[in-house]
Design a protein around this ligand. Structure first.
Ligand code: AFP
Length: 322
């Protein structure tokens, strides 16, 4: 089986980008190891502090963030990093040519219950005339991403990756400490009968979304004419991994709990990298009104409404939203 590094060397003609992805993969092995130890390493539970979004940080959010920050800042080609757990971007090496954005531990409410979580990353080009702690350097649309991916920490640890030429997955073989390619040229089926949404927020959604989900629930006798199944893991990485494996649609739409916020999920280090993967795999990603990767970001922690997955189902959601 092809090793991740060999694959990257064959597949990507930018050796510096290969080094960044390789460093991310190595660091995620450390995170996976911490997760495997769990309570034995005293790493479960709250860090008893909040991040910039006002969310309570788990100990592992902080540990994963520190591991990624330390390892990426050692690379001369990394100019700066932005993380869900850092209020501001962090400058690394002035001569660097990449900006790396990440959610160090997505789905952190799952940590304490031993359910899947993940790390999401996005790599953008760095402008020569901007420093790594200049937020404006990061405010590039998702179309500019050079690479994007995630590592899913589940029963297996799996890295799923795109450098703009297809989507590939690599399973960590813990016996030899290597990621080996286990799927190539991943494709998302255009049609699906499976949806993922947090139904407990239903009363806060727009009427258009309520109508769409009501029609999903009405099954084969409803207007969509199909019996749908539902899943909710509460970790976007796991939801997207399921869709990249067998199709589906994942939604975290705008709701009126905090009307000023355009959604729960973060554009730059959650929605954009997942959109790049999904589009590379033949799926679609939308706010329900426009393609996520067309959004011109205004802040590194900006939120966005998310509808992504099987292309024909995303089209249906957009139709419901006029
Ligand atoms: P964190 O990034 O704070 O861990 O949140 C996870 C998440 O952003 C995303 O991965 C899930 O799909 C979603 O939140 C779960 O949200 P609910 O709490 O509404 O289930």
């Amino acid at each position: 089986m092809l090793r991740l590094r060999s694959f990257l060397q064959q597949h990507c003609n930018d050796q510096d980008l290969v080094d960044v992805i390789d460093q991310l993969a190595v660091t995620c092995k450390d995170i996976a190891h911490q997760l495997t130890l769990g309570d034995l390493a005293g790493i479960l539970g709250s860090a008893e502090q909040e991040n910039v979004q006002g969310e309570c940080q788990k100990k592992l959010d902080v540990i994963a963030n520190d591991l990624l920050k330390q390892s990426l800042s050692q690379l001369p080609v990394v100019k700066g990093i932005a993380s869900e757990e850092e209020p501001l971007p962090v400058a690394c090496n002035q001569e660097g040519k990449y900006l790396v954005l990440f959610d160090p531990l997505d789905g952190s409410s799952n940590i304490d219950i031993n359910v899947s979580v993940g790390t999401i990353f996005s790599i953008l080009p760095a402008a020569a005339d901007k420093s790594g702690d200049d937020e404006s350097a990061y405010l590039q649309s998702g179309r500019n991403q050079l690479a994007a991916g995630y590592v899913l920490y589940g029963p297996s640890t799996i890295m799923v990756l795109t450098t703009g030429n297809g989507v590939y997955s690599f399973t960590l073989d813990t016996r030899q400490g290597e990621y080996l390619m286990t799927r190539d040229n991943i494709q998302v089926p255009a049609d699906t009968k499976e949806f993922a949404i947090n139904m407990s927020n239903q009363r806060f959604w727009l009427e258009n979304m309520k109508n769409y989900v009501a029609d999903l629930l009405s099954g084969e006798t409803g207007p969509l004419g199909k019996r749908y199944n539902m899943r909710w893991v509460a970790a976007m990485v796991a939801e997207i991994h399921r869709i990249l494996t067998r199709g589906g649609i994942f939604m975290y739409p705008w709701d009126n709990r905090e009307p000023a916020k355009p959604g729960k999920l973060r554009l730059m280090y959650e929605a954009n990298p997942m959109s790049m993967l999904m589009v590379q795999a033949g799926g679609k990603c939308s706010t329900a009104h426009e393609a996520i990767m067309d959004i011109q970001p205004e802040g590194i922690h900006q939120r966005v409404s998310v509808v992504m997955g099987s292309a024909n189902e995303v089209d249906i959601v957009e139709k419901y939203h006029g």
